[in-house]
Design a protein around this ligand. Structure first.
Ligand code: NI
Ligand code: MN
Length: 226
């Protein structure tokens, strides 16, 4: 599966010819200045929770591309009020069969207020079950025992996890999470964007290696095979 990293927690995967974008935050990301947001084409935009660093560019990209937004019920209501017609509401524990595969919404331990102060419902992670492989995007979250349920539902090809600490898991907790979800290939996100979440990338990758796992940190704007 091809994965393109757009900085912070924003990435895109391609499954069965469909492009699926996650947590778009590009315009306001200093580190993603070289990304031409208008060059991003997508069929779906999955939003893990309402914080600005996950939703800032969602409305703009959805209006330009006609992509369907998938998010918690409360975020669905919020984007609908802003003129988004193609929006699919979900909530924690539920799954839905899309044209590229099935997505199950799973628990994330975080918070979820929208940029204007509206209530954003529960933050969520997403478990993707597809003919091209399964993966887990945890969204912003603490390490939680709920992650031990992931292998009950799926054998993972890779996981996308926050590693920046302060707001989410740090590197050590992301390694524990990878153990919980029984996956050795992790794409790290949610690091370096702001002062609070700067990390030592080399040390992070060495920690994963010492645990028998690999931490992939693609440069912003590049694609990798996962
Ligand atoms: Ni957040
Ligand atoms: Mn965040």
């Amino acid at each position: 599966m091809k994965l393109t990293y757009y900085g912070h927690a924003c990435f895109q995967v391609e499954i069965g010819g469909k492009k699926i974008l996650f947590d778009p935050f590009i315009t306001y990301n200093e580190l993603a200045r070289h990304i031409d947001i208008n060059s991003i084409e997508t069929d779906y935009i999955f939003i893990s929770h309402g914080h600005a660093d996950h939703i800032a560019d969602a409305i703009g990209i959805a209006k330009r591309t006609g992509a369907t937004i998938v998010s918690a019920w409360e975020i669905h209501e919020w984007v609908s009020k802003q003129g988004i017609e193609k929006s699919h509401p979900m909530n924690t524990g539920g799954k839905w069969q899309f044209d590229f595969g099935t997505v199950k919404c799973v628990v994330a331990q975080h918070s979820s207020g929208l940029p204007d102060g509206s209530y954003g419902g529960n933050p969520m992670g997403f478990l993707f079950l597809t003919p091209e492989g399964n993966f887990y995007y945890s969204g912003d979250t603490a390490l939680t025992l709920d992650m031990q349920l992931i292998p009950v539902w799926a054998n993972l090809q890779f996981a996308v996890l926050p590693i920046g600490d302060n707001f989410t898991m740090d590197v050590q907790d992301a390694i524990r999470c990878a153990d919980f979800v029984q996956c050795n290939k992790v794409v790290g996100v949610h690091y370096d964007t702001f002062g609070f979440i700067k990390i030592d990338k080399k040390a992070a990758q060495q920690s994963f290696e010492a645990a028998g796992k690999s931490l992939l940190l693609p440069a912003i704007g590049t694609s990798i095979d996962v």
